[in-house]
Each structure stands twice: as structure tokens, then as C-alpha cells.
Design a protein around this ligand. Structure first.
Ligand SMILES: Cc1ncc(COP(=O)(O)O)c(C=O)c1O
Length: 249
């Protein structure tokens, strides 16, 4: 689907399936996580922002998976220049310690009454301390710079695999939020989830945990820590390459 068609579809949806004047909020991931690591085009996000502004709709961005440096910026939405009303965050926020947050403009966050935001695990002092330490590390160790460089390395290696292997296609990386697909051929793009499953199984036998994703389960996604050391990254990529050869990718 072209970007133009997607935008037309969006406008149509806001007229028919979810009329704009009856919609309270639009929630989306700027880069789909489980959905296949597809980044929403900037034009699509800008149009969403326009629709929200025109109709008093909240734009809520789910950055639980894409946030905290995972795409080379602190939040993936920053790549588009579009501002969300509310951002949800978790996962990398405290380096794996259980914490999540929603952040929004004063106007929206102050509109909820006392005790209306809560939960069993909110405000765990240990997890809050871990999150604060993560913020320090971001500054001290130039994590965003590391993330950009890691993304470039992955893009280079995956592009090389795309040229080398006949079933590897559709490399997509936004920083180190990186994935590629297994297809029957580069002409028909028919998904081959069985190859993704075979590579994942072989990699596990060799001590590397991989995750597939996407609507057809034929994408392999990579979510190594942004702080990964070069030698560990190389070791992991070498295992993936070995698996690609062994399964006849
Ligand atoms: C994009 C995204 N949003 C939300 C969630 C769910 O987060 P939680 O498990 O904190 O409810 C996940 C979990 O994988 C996710 O990837």
C-alpha cells in the first residue's frame, strides 16, 4: 500500500468505522513491536496529528517497546517531529526492573482527579531508583549515540544477508529496532514463517534466543541491549549467519 493510499484509508476510517467526532483518542505504536517492526511513515503520523487537532482527539503513543533509545532517539515518535499528547513507557525505562509510566501534557495529566491513576506496583522505590540510574547512564555513556551506531551495524549486516540469501528480504531498521523477513522469493514476497521458526529453533540450540514477529510470523526481530559489547554482538550475529546457512535461507 502506498503512503497516499494509507492516508486516504485513514481519512475514510475517521469518517466511517470510527467517526472523528465520536473518537476520544487514537493509540498507536510509532514502530509496531509484535506487529513486525514497521515504522509509521512521518506523513501518516502528521496526518494523524492533524485529524486529532481538528477533532479534539487525544494522540496517545505507545512507546513501551520502542522507547528509551531503542530506535536511536529517546522516543520513536521524535523521528517524525510529531508531538503526542500522552506517551506510555515501560520495558527499557528501568533496564528490566518492573516500572511503567504515562507522560503527558499538563493539560491532560492534571485533568485526572486525585487517586484516579494507580495500581498495585506503582511507585516501587527500587524500580524508581533503577529508572533514575538509567537516566544517568543515558547521559554519562551516550546511549543514544551507541544506539545509532548499533543500528547502523545491524543495517549493514542485514543488508549483506539480504544480498547473500535468496529468502532474506525487507530489511528494516530504525536504530537498533531492526528486523528482516523470510520470503519465498524476492519477486513474490510470499511469507515463509517456517524459515523464521527453523532459524529460531537452531539459534536456541546454539545458545541464542531469537524472537519472530509480524502478521505472518516470518520476521525476525532483534532487541539486544543497546549497551551490548561489540564481541557479544559479533558472537550473536555469527550464530544467526550460521543458522541462515544451515536452514538453506
Ligand atoms: C508496544 C507494547 N505495548 C504494551 C505492552 C504491554 O506492556 P505491559 O506488559 O507492561 O502491560 C507491550 C508488551 O510487550 C508492548 O510491546
Amino acid at each position: 500500500m502506498s503512503e497516499e493510499e494509507a492516508l486516504r484509508g485513514l481519512r475514510m476510517t475517521m469518517k466511517t468505522d470510527s467517526p472523528a467526532n465520536q473518537t476520544a483518542a487514537i493509540v498507536l505504536e510509532p514502530v509496531l513491536g509484535e506487529g513486525g517492526f514497521y515504522a509509521a511513515p512521518t506523513s501518516f503520523l502528521k496526518e494523524l496529528r492533524n485529524i486529532c487537532d481538528e477533532n479534539g482527539i487525544l494522540l496517545i503513543v505507545d512507546e513501551v517497546q520502542s522507547g528509551f533509545g531503542r530506535t536511536g532517539k529517546m522516543f520513536a515518535i521524535e523521528h517524525s517531529g510529531v508531538e503526542a499528547d500522552i506517551i506510555t513507557m515501560a520495558k527499557s525505562m528501568a533496564d528490566g526492573m518492573p516500572i511503567s509510566a504515562i507522560v503527558g501534557t499538563d493539560k491532560h495529566m492534571d485533568s485526572s482527579g486525585p487517586n484516579s491513576l494507580g495500581g498495585t506496583y506503582t511507585g516501587s522505590p527500587t524500580a524508581c531508583a533503577a529508572a533514575l540510574a538509567v537516566f544517568d547512564v543515558f547521559k554519562e555513556e551516550d546511549i543514544l549515540g551507541k544506539s545509532v551506531r548499533l543500528g547502523e551495524k545491524l543495517n549493514q549486516r542485514f543488508t549483506q544477508w539480504q544480498e547473500q540469501f535468496s529468502h532474506v528480504d525487507n530489511v528494516r531498521t530504525l536504530g537498533p529496532m531492526a528486523a528482516f523477513e523470510f520470503v519465498e522469493s524476492k519477486d513474490n514476497h510470499k511469507p515463509m514463517p517456517e524459515l523464521a521458526a527453523a532459524v529460531t529453533k537452531k539459534a536456541k540450540e546454539k545458545g541464542l534466543i531469537l524472537l519472530s514477529c509480524g502478521m505472518y510470523g516470518n520476521s525476525l526481530r532483534f532487541l539486544m541491549p543497546v549497551t551490548i559489547e561489540d564481541n557479544i554482538l559479533e558472537e550473536g550475529l555469527a550464530i544467526v549467519e550460521e543458522c541462515l546457512k544451515e536452514v538453506g535461507a
